[in-house]
Every structure is written in structure tokens, then in C-alpha cells.
Design a protein around this ligand. Structure first.
Ligand code: ADP
Ligand code: ADP
Length: 225
């Protein structure tokens, strides 16, 4: 079964057609990397899936549900950005619990879940800190906990590793693959790096000028041996 299906999904900003009738099926538990030149529509596609952007035409389906009109918190998706985007005035624990608040979950349960996820990403000791009191890599782990806390079926990552040093980047890749295996999450991971896609992806999608140009395994798409 497809975890995520896009059916002729289109985004127009005024005269600019950023995403042009894109159709795509991503099977459950698949790690998909999305590549393409700057401005080709990758972020717009992610934001439409997450519900941060209206869809101009077409349907986004998660499982069997058309989610076009559902708010972000009700879609079964979570999104993680390059700059982590943690709330600076909230503690690490409250950052992680925040999306559960949006989903209407009570405080005691929120904090219990947040601690569970902080434990999962090895950040249990840092719950009371503010984001500014953490290293970049630690902030990234908190952002990952915040994304995972709602049990998403689809995790959307917009160049999440590009700001990390090479050592942390390799470590985070292994973590992401672990979540794929352990929780059966499907990923759509925007990256500029062919090397990163080779390391992570089961499926590579290449966009150009608002359309999908190529879909296949990393080997097929990159002509690797
Ligand atoms: P990518 O993530 O591949 O760099 P984007 O989805 O950010 O591409 O952008 C695709 C196209 O849509 C670009 O031409 C960009 O300038 C345009 N675009 C993106 N966001 C907006 C916006 N909020 N308003 C107007 N145009 C936008
Ligand atoms: P972000 O925090 O990533 O900028 P938001 O969730 O604040 O995204 O939403 C960005 C824009 O998308 C806002 O104009 C908001 O009104 C709109 N929006 C929010 N939820 C939905 C939704 N379910 N469908 C369509 N648009 C939405």
C-alpha cells in the first residue's frame, strides 16, 4: 500500500507554476530522496504534503485519506527543517511536547511522551535547557524528537543535515535509517547531495521545473555500478 500518494498536485503562486501536476506514490516504509535544482518546486511539494501551503489543484493522500483540507497536525506527517526551527523561548521538553498540544493531548501525557522521545534521541538529560544552550547537533536531535513525537507515518525533511559537520551528518543518517526500520516511517528527504541520496534512499525522485523528471532506485537514477 502507498503511505503517500500525490495525484496531479499543483502549486501556483500567481503566474508562477511551482509544482505542475505532480503524481507520485511512495510505498509504506520507503526512504525517498527528492533532488533537483534550486527553485524546481521541492519545498513547495513538501509544504503542500505537510499542510503548510494550500494546494492549487490535485490531491494529497496519506494512507487512504485525502488530506487536502486537514490541518498539519491531523495529517500524520511531520516536518523537519534545515535550521531546526526550535522555539527559542521554550525548554527542550516543551519544544518536543508542542505538537502534541496542537493535537489536543493533555499535559501529563504530553510531557511523558516528550521525555520518551528525548530518551530515544539521547537527549533525556537536556529537557530543561533552552535551545540556545545546546550545540547544533543537539538541537538537531531535539528537532528530530519533535518531529517523531506525533508518530508520523510520513516524515518530511528539508535538507536537515546540510548544516551539520561531516561526522554528525553520518551519525544522523544512521539514526534516520534506524527510525525507518524500527517504526516503518516513510521519508521524503530533500537533499542537494547525490552522495547523501546514495547513502539513504530506497527511491530517488528528481524534479525539474515543477515536474518529476526521474524516479527509480539510487543506482538507476545515478547510473552507479
Ligand atoms: P525548491 O525547494 O526546489 O528550491 P521552491 O518550492 O522553494 O523550490 O520554489 C519553486 C518556485 O516557486 C520558485 O520559482 C520559487 O521562486 C517560487 N516560490 C516558492 N515559494 C513562493 C512564494 N511563497 N511566493 C511566490 N513564489 C514562490
Ligand atoms: P509554517 O509555520 O511552516 O509557516 P503554517 O502552519 O503556519 O506554516 O501555515 C502557513 C500558511 O498555510 C498559513 O497561511 C496558514 O493559514 C496556511 N495553512 C495552515 N494550515 C493549512 C491547511 N491545512 N491547509 C491549507 N493551508 C493551511
Amino acid at each position: 500500500a502507498a503511505a503517500l500518494e500525490l495525484a496531479a498536485v499543483t502549486k501556483a503562486y500567481g503566474e508562477t507554476v511551482a509544482v505542475d501536476a505532480v503524481s507520485l506514490k511512495i510505498p509504506a516504509g520507503t526512504y525517498c530522496c527528492l533532488l533537483g535544482p534550486s527553485g524546481c518546486g521541492k519545498s513547495s511539494t513538501l509544504r503542500m504534503i505537510a499542510g503548510h501551503e494550500f494546494i492549487s489543484a490535485g490531491d494529497v493522500m496519506i494512507g487512504d485519506t485525502v488530506v487536502n483540507d486537514l490541518p498539519p497536525a491531523k495529517r500524520g506527517t511531520a516536518m523537519m527543517f534545515q535550521n531546526y526551527a526550535l522555539f527559542p523561548h521554550l525548554s527542550v521538553r516543551d519544544n518536543v511536547a508542542f505538537s502534541l498540544k496542537m493535537a489536543g493531548i493533555g499535559k501529563a501525557e504530553r510531557l511523558r511522551r516528550a521525555d520518551e522521545l528525548l530518551d530515544l534521541v539521547d537527549m533525556a538529560k537536556y529537557g530543561e535547557r533552552l535551545p540556545s544552550q545546546l550545540s547544533g547537533g543537539q538541537q538537531q536531535r531535539v528537532a528530530l524528537a519533535r518531529a517523531l513525537v506525533t508518530n508520523p507515518t510520513v516524515l518530511l525533511l528539508d535538507e536537515p543535515l546540510s548544516a551539520l559537520d561531516p561526522f554528525l551528518r553520518i551519525r544522523m543518517r544512521a539514526e534516520l535509517k534506524r527510525y525507518q526500520r524500527e517504526f516503518g516511517i516513510s521519508f521524503i528527504h530533500v537533499t542537494h547531495s547525490q552522495e547523501e541520496a546514495m547513502a539513504l534512499a530506497d527511491m530517488v525522485v528528481v524534479m525539474n521545473d515543477g515536474r518529476i523528471e526521474q524516479v527509480g532506485s539510487p543506482r538507476e537514477v545515478f547510473n552507479a555500478p
